[in-house]
Design a protein around this ligand. Structure first.
Ligand code: NI
Ligand code: MN
Length: 226
């Protein structure tokens, strides 16, 4: 599977010529100055929750790419009102087989207001079965005991976890999360984008290494095989 990290919590995975984009925050992202959004291609867009740093380019990219948007019911209604009709509403606990991939929506302890102030429903994490692999994207969340259920549903190849602290888990809690979900490889995200979430990257990696967990902190706007 190809993993492309844009910045913050925006990433895409590609397998079998299909691409799933997560939480698009490109325009106005301090780490992606001058980025040309018109170059982004994807077949699906998954939205973990409605905060601007996860959804700000969703409407434009859905229209540009024709991708199906998978998100909470309330976000789906908001997208429909804003001219994006190719959506699939879900909620925590639910699974769906999209043929190209399967997803299960799981609990995230966070909040989810839309950029215009309207209610965004529950924030979510996702377990994604795609190509030959399975991974967990936590979205924005605190460390939560709910994560201990994840190994009962899925055997993970890796997990994508926020490590920036202040709004989400820090690296220490994320390392505990990785142990709970039984992932020995983690892609760390949601850090260093703006002032509240600046971290010491080496210290963060050590939190994972202390438990024998590999922590990948990708460079901005780069791809790698995972
Ligand atoms: Ni958030
Ligand atoms: Mn966020």
């Amino acid at each position: 599977m190809k993993f492309h990290f844009y910045a913050h919590s925006t990433f895409a995975v590609t397998a079998n010529d299909k691409t799933i984009l997560f939480d698009p925050f490109l325009t106005g992202n301090p780490k992606l100055e001058g980025f040309d959004v018109s170059t982004v291609q994807c077949d699906y867009i998954l939205i973990s929750h409605a905060h601007a740093d996860h959804i700000s380019d969703c409407i434009a990219l859905a229209k540009q790419t024709g991708a199906q948007v998978i998100c909470a019911w309330e976000v789906h209604e908001w997208l429909n009102k804003n001219g994006v009709e190719y959506t699939h509403p879900m909620n925590t606990g639910g699974s769906w087989d999209f043929i190209d991939f399967k997803v299960k929506c799981v609990v995230a302890h966070h909040s989810s207001g839309l950029p215009d102030g309207s209610y965004g429903g529950n924030p979510m994490g996702f377990i994604v079965w795609f190509g030959e692999q399975c991974f967990y994207y936590a979205g924005d969340t605190a460390l939560t005991i709910d994560m201990s259920l994840i190994p009962t549903w899925a055997q993970l190849d890796f997990a994508v976890l926020p490590i920036g602290d202040n709004f989400t888990m820090d690296a220490k809690d994320a390392a505990r999360a990785a142990q709970m979900v039984k992932a020995n490889k983690v892609v760390g995200i949601h850090y260093d984008t703006f002032g509240f979430i600046e971290i010491d990257e080496n210290k963060a990696k050590q939190e994972f290494a202390a438990h024998g967990i590999e922590c990948i902190l990708p460079e901005i706007n780069t791809s790698f095989e995972i």
